[in-house]
Design a protein around this ligand. Sequence first.
Ligand SMILES: Cc1cc2nc3c(=O)[nH]c(=O)nc-3n(C[C@H](O)[C@H](O)[C@H](O)COP(=O)(O)OP(=O)(O)OC[C@H]3O[C@@H](n4cnc5c(N)ncnc54)[C@H](O)[C@@H]3O)c2cc1C
Ligand SMILES: NC(=O)c1ccc[n+]([C@@H]2O[C@H](COP(=O)([O-])OP(=O)(O)OC[C@H]3O[C@@H](n4cnc5c(N)ncnc54)[C@H](OP(=O)(O)O)[C@@H]3O)[C@@H](O)[C@H]2O)c1
Length: 436
Amino acid sequence: MKIYDLIGIGFGPSNIALAITLEEKKQAGYGVESFFIERQPSFAWHVNMMLDNAHMQVSFLKDLATMRNPSSHFTFINYLHQKNRLQDFINLKTFFPSRHEFNDYLAWAAAHFDHCCAYGEEVIEVLPEKHGDEIVLLRIRSRDREQVIHERLARNLVISIGGQPRIPDCFSSLRGDSRVFHSNSYLKEIQQHAHANKIAVVGGGQSAAEIFMDLHHRSHTTEVDLIMRARSIKPSDDSPFVNEIFNTDFTDYVFNSSDQQRTEILNEFWHTNYAAPDLVLIEQIFKVFYQQKVSGIERHRFLRRHEVRKAISRPDGIQFVLHDLNTNCERTITYDAVVLATGYNRDHHKSLLAPLTPYFNNLTVDRQYRLCSTPHFKPAVFLQGTCESSHGLSDTLLSVTAVRTSEITQALMSLPNQTTAVQAKRAISSALVYSR
Ligand SMILES: Cc1cc2nc3c(=O)[nH]c(=O)nc-3n(C[C@H](O)[C@H](O)[C@H](O)COP(=O)(O)OP(=O)(O)OC[C@H]3O[C@@H](n4cnc5c(N)ncnc54)[C@H](O)[C@@H]3O)c2cc1C
Ligand SMILES: NC(=O)c1ccc[n+]([C@@H]2O[C@H](COP(=O)([O-])OP(=O)(O)OC[C@H]3O[C@@H](n4cnc5c(N)ncnc54)[C@H](OP(=O)(O)O)[C@@H]3O)[C@@H](O)[C@H]2O)c1
């Protein structure tokens, strides 16, 4: 069986950016043979949240390459140039393209790597391959849509699988009830509820806010209850000094802080990203409720400081037992459909890596995103998007993506278990340095 230098699980922005960095290294003579495995049938970026008016939440300059190599072929600006839209984009006068356009950019970049990505396969586990006492390789097992199992061998691994829908406990027994779905599958599921009279949106983040406005415009009759535990919807703070926490050098600062300092930093800036819609969107929602006051017709309700205590599946709908955190009163309301805009968990890598647990030190990572392992475990396993607690709030976003791939590539290049092609090049370059 062929042995890859590196296998990447997932082919979202993080691993596309890594593929780009490796490709540029290849052009400079370092040949890391990589392969990626993606669950979706083709590239798509949060496809079920591709709402008509949704825009990027970071500058397009934090694309797949610019922050690492502004002269890369893979910058957003070069994409615009290739598509003959550069001048028109300039006239838009924005740093925040639509998510439709950014998705197209990402798909354009991803298409360069069709030869080294298997789409439509979900990785189900990663197994150790022993050689004597040592683990020298990893066996990556995936399942395709026809339930066929595939196996590949790799010297090193990078896991970049994004988040998994967070389902609050009181909804866990309703899995399989098509009337309850997460924002992650919103556009796919909402089509089946075109005639719903009453819909609940649970959550107070960007997803909940976007979905509320989408439902408001989608039908003129559907009533929507926006339900959240917080006292208010707070905007994400993207003012310039605060935004410095997403700078690449802030990663060093966070990583080098003590555990307690890191926790304090995360708490202090949590609302720059989580449960924090854009101010413009909040103003739109406020306007909807204000217009209801003007007309005297209450179509939607904003149920803040409300917690869903129970959710019961009934033939006539999903019945909520709602607890009002201000008054301590409970009431029941029945909905035709429920959207859980309740965010994402980022711990699925733990189950993929379960067979390797004995070799890892509590799944902690070093500065270059490599899992710390026992001496007998030779492969390097890198994590992208699950290192928020050690590397800071930018870890789940696009902000540091390009630079992070450079750091991972540097780590990869310096490993003793590389192919001869990589080692030969390293030997040549160190000889050149020596001869200077
Ligand atoms: C709706 C939405 C909009 C966002 N907008 C922004 C934004 O504007 N700016 C910003 O900075 N961040 C944004 N984010 C945050 C988002 O995390 C990043 O934009 C980006 O998607 C991170 O890239 P990633 O490759 O790490 O993860 P993802 O984009 O989530 O990609 C992970 C990939 O791994 C695949 N995968 C998962 N499990 C497996 C498996 N077992 N086997 C094989 N493949 C698997 C998935 O199908 C997916 O394609 C947004 C998030 C959401 C939910
Ligand atoms: N256009 C865009 O670019 C775009 C669009 C959508 C999302 N995003 C990004 O995607 C990421 C996730 O955003 P998100 O809005 O999906 O999630 P989020 O910001 O994590 O917000 C989740 C919301 O769900 C609530 N919640 C969580 N668990 C709950 C529970 N058990 N019961 C009740 N409420 C619960 C949270 O409330 P509490 O605060 O009370 O816990 C919070 O209001 C962010 O980075 C965001 O910027 C970007």
